[in-house]
Design a binder for this molecule. Structure first.
Ligand SMILES: Cc1ncc(COP(=O)(O)O)c(C=O)c1O
Length: 365
């Protein structure tokens, strides 16, 4: 037996009877862009998140860029981004000429540290971006007073947390505006790239829709220089089928997380993750910490267990961001964690037997 990091084929099998006939209908009607499936998914996803508006776009990075632009981030502005996130959170700011400013994370959950945000705010800051990392929700209530005092919007990056709750409120409904990704491996994944922006603010939703449609609300009248960023109907079909199952699939991930916690509890040198108080996490990733991580990773690979790193280094340490000139030590907690974290296989269809093999392999490592 081997254990994959993620079993997407199992998800496809579960939804095939709904998706394949709907795809055929789209194909026969030549409905390749826009249309009822996209509009329905946008309504259903807004309801799921608990906001008034959801705008489908081409991917999560575009969703972030368009959300940043909608709240007024532009060239030369600073955007506060946690050190431990996928590079896209920063990259979307860079694409519009803004400057991503790294802030450190808390040592236990590796979520954005509000105390670090407070220090990082300047008169050039135009957005604070809590990333709901690994299926958690960032401590938004500690950021709200800082954002309010400085008059800065909160842009949530909810790419890894569809369905997660903080004090009963869903990720994607907590900030001024939120971006999410439907990359196939996400908790809610499309059959290719996709993303969405969610907000309660009608004007912000309108701006995102205009920006995503070549800056145009009325055909061939262009208010601003926009982009072409669409959620395609074939993806809306998949997303609608998966959205109907998302609560159940997230519950299976929660069961799997509980099983891991039991199986790994007495393995020396393994620190298992715990939810932040007030959170109902959806375990996009199950990230443990171990000493001598690279040796453990190699041992798991040899045992047929696919593990991964999220992320091997903070985004500002990559060659892409050398020009910002951040030296090692800027975000020491994130930098140290990058050498210890290890993401174990986690997906709704993960079996107890597969988890046992992961635990046995870790113990022997
Ligand atoms: C935290 C985070 N933000 C943004 C993105 C970007 O999304 P996409 O790959 O759909 O552009 C991802 C995932 O890839 C992500 O994990």
């Amino acid at each position: 037996m081997t254990v994959p990091f993620l079993d997407l084929a199992a998800q496809s099998a579960e939804i095939a009877a709904e998706v394949l006939p709907a795809w055929r209908r789209l194909f026969e009607a030549a409905q390749f862009v826009g249309g009822e499936e996209v509009a329905s998914f946008e309504r259903e996803f807004a309801d799921f998140v608990g906001v008034a508006w959801a705008v489908g776009v081409a991917n999560g990075t575009d969703a972030l860029e368009l959300a940043y632009r909608a709240v007024g981030v532009g060239a030369g502005d600073e955007v506060i981004v946690p050190a431990n996130t996928f590079i896209a959170t920063a990259e979307a700011a860079s694409r519009i000429g803004a400057i991503p400013v790294p802030v450190d994370v808390d040592p236990e959950h590796l979520l954005i540290d509000p105390a670090a945000v407070e220090v990082a705010i300047t008169d050039r800051t135009r957005a604070i971006v809590p990333v709901h990392l690994y299926g958690q929700v960032a401590p938004i209530e500690a950021l709200e007073p800082l954002a309010r005092a400085a008059g800065i919007p909160i842009v949530e990056d909810g790419a890894q947390s569809q369905g997660a709750l903080r004090h009963g409120r869903a990720a994607g409904s907590l900030g001024t505006i939120a971006a999410t990704s439907f990359y196939p491996g996400k908790n809610l994944g499309a059959s290719g790239d996709g993303g969405a922006v969610t907000t309660d603010d009608e004007e912000l939703a309108r701006r995102v829709r205009v920006l995503a449609n070549h800056g145009s609300e009325v055909k061939y009248r262009h208010e601003v220089v926009g982009v072409n960023s669409r959620l395609d109907p074939i993806h809306a079909v998949t997303l609608r089928a998966k959205l109907r199952r998302l609560r159940a699939w997230n519950a299976l991930r929660q069961d799997a997380a509980r099983r891991y916690a039991q199986l790994l509890a007495d393995i020396p040198g393994v620190a298992t993750p715990r939810s932040l108080d007030g959170n109902s996490d959806v375990w996009h990733l199950y990230v443990i910490r171990v000493a001598d991580r690279d040796r453990v990773l190699a041992h798991l690979a040899a045992a047929g267990v696919a593990a991964a790193l999220h992320y091997p280094e903070p985004w500002y340490s990559s060659a892409a961001y050398a020009h910002l000139g951040h030296r090692p030590g800027v975000c020491p907690i994130a930098e140290r964690a990058a050498g210890e974290i290890l993401s174990l296989p986690m997906f709704p269809h993960l079996t107890p037997e597969q988890q046992q093999l992961v635990a046995d392999s870790l113990r022997s490592a």
